[in-house]
Design a protein around this ligand. Sequence first.
Ligand SMILES: Nc1ncnc2c1ncn2[C@@H]1O[C@H](COP(=O)(O)OP(=O)(O)OP(=O)(O)O)[C@@H](O)[C@H]1O
Length: 590
Amino acid sequence: MNVLRQMQSFFWEKRSFLYLSILCLAIATALGLVTPNLLRTLIDDAIQAQHFEKVPALALTVIVVVALKALMQFLSGFFGGRMGNYLAYRLRNGCYEKLQVLSFRYYDKARTGDLMSRLTGDLEAIRQFIAFGIPQILNTILMVVFGAVVMLYISWQLTLITMISIPFLVIVALKFENRIHPAFQEMRLALSALTTSVQENITGVRTVKSFAREPYEVDKFSIRNERYKSNQIFASGLWSRYFPLMELLACICVVVLLGAGGTMVVRGPLTLGGLVAFFSLIWYIIGPMWNIGYLINNYTQSEASGERVMELLNQPIDVQDKEGAIELRTEDVKGHVTFENVTFAYGNKLPAVKDINLDARPGSVIGFLGGTGSGKSTIIQLLMHAYNVDSGRIKLDGIDINDIKVQSLRSQIASVFQETFLFSSSIRNNIAYGMKDVSMDEIIRAAKLAKAHDFIMEMADGYDTIVGERGMGLSGGQKQRIAIARALLKNPKILILDDATSAVDMETEHEIQSGFQEVMKGRTTFIIAHRISSLRHADEILVLDEGKVVQRGKHDELIRMPGPYQDVYHIQYADHIARMNGDAGEQVNS
Ligand SMILES: Nc1ncnc2c1ncn2[C@@H]1O[C@H](COP(=O)(O)OP(=O)(O)OP(=O)(O)O)[C@@H](O)[C@H]1O
């Protein structure tokens, strides 16, 4: 119920649906109690008293009551369904919006499958509970309470016998619930393992095939499938034992009641009509009793689902706008980036970057070089305010980025990452991603600068070609060129190229970079590269090792300085250096 209270804001606007659903249900329950009484009147006052002229009117009343009851049940389901759908719709939107604003720190730990199941399975459980669970629980309470009152009115002795048998029914229902609940949970886990293996197999189909692991994958799937099957068989075994047992208990109760009730009719304190009415009421009470286990299960499951959804919605946002944060005006932004003694660690790990200082003047190009895990990407993430720094400050045009609205800061930055993500949409939409009112000419211009135009035009549908999930159907280099076009179209003040040209050949890299130089004039650019050729023209190169800057300077200075930069240069330019030395030797000899 606490969860429901937390969800209040999501359904409060349409609470009238819930009230209407409950009202219709209460009317349906009340009408349900009328039928046994009509039966009693029919038998006692019409048939036994031989007033047969009353029969048509009574029969008609029964039909009207039953029809009205059906209408009320329909309306209760209709309004409950509306309410459940509305709540699920609002929660789904709320969760998705939350996913957009959650910080990178959350995504570092989040699992895709888990988030997907919150937005689908858990929301569906909540919807079902609101639409059907709540009305059913109320229905059970109303039926048992009102049914018992009417039964007491007919015969307190028979009611007493019924009440003695009810605890047995409830105990069996709860025992069954205790066993079926873990079985269902186990079944959910088995199903989730099964779907994960299908999902991973499809996503990683190339890896599976290249390692010829198909038989292993089939075996893995078979084991999981077997587990799911066993769980299902176990659960259906429980069901098949439960219902006959409940039926048996109910029948014993009916037999005892028949004996006692029959004796009472014979001896006189109960009329025949009263006995028939009592018996139809018995099923009125026993039916909901059978469902008690299911209802408790439904409630606990939806509560757990509600908690999982609320946990997502209540997730603290690590990076968010401070009160009074500034909205940057694009035309005023110059792109002057400074890092002052910046240190940052992911979680409880050792710092990923330590004491970083840099001063990137507007329009300058800053390069980063360093081994894997040396902290290059982390510096870029911090500049985008993906995480809060642990100490030090990052400034844009002299303003601490903590004082700038996150969206406003990021809208000044365009990045091309090592791994290009393309959406399953047209190439045109992928290039124009996140931009409004972009003309086709602008898209083509950006694609030409990124050297993507020619290969796009070779495709059957050109810019309207739909790329598959994650850019399937395009080569790594082609994907990267589309990502570069996307960044160029944004025309940012700050451009980040995180190993952006790693998937294209040297010649294309050179071509793209000459395009960059043309377009990036007057913009601050950060380049992470493993190839020295990408960094040659940088105004300053920072060489990183284990999160610290170990060398800095321009290319020409660094190649003369013994150290990691020179080592990399020697490795990458061995041929060139040998050739240069050869030429120099020949010149000396001649
Ligand atoms: N999301 C993360 N959560 C926890 N630790 C991380 C995360 N991202 C990076 N790290 C750690 O931070 C350190 C620096 O990583 P970073 O990605 O900045 O290196 P890099 O120089 O860009 O490496 P590469 O060239 O391989 O991309 C590494 O030790 C890495 O394991």
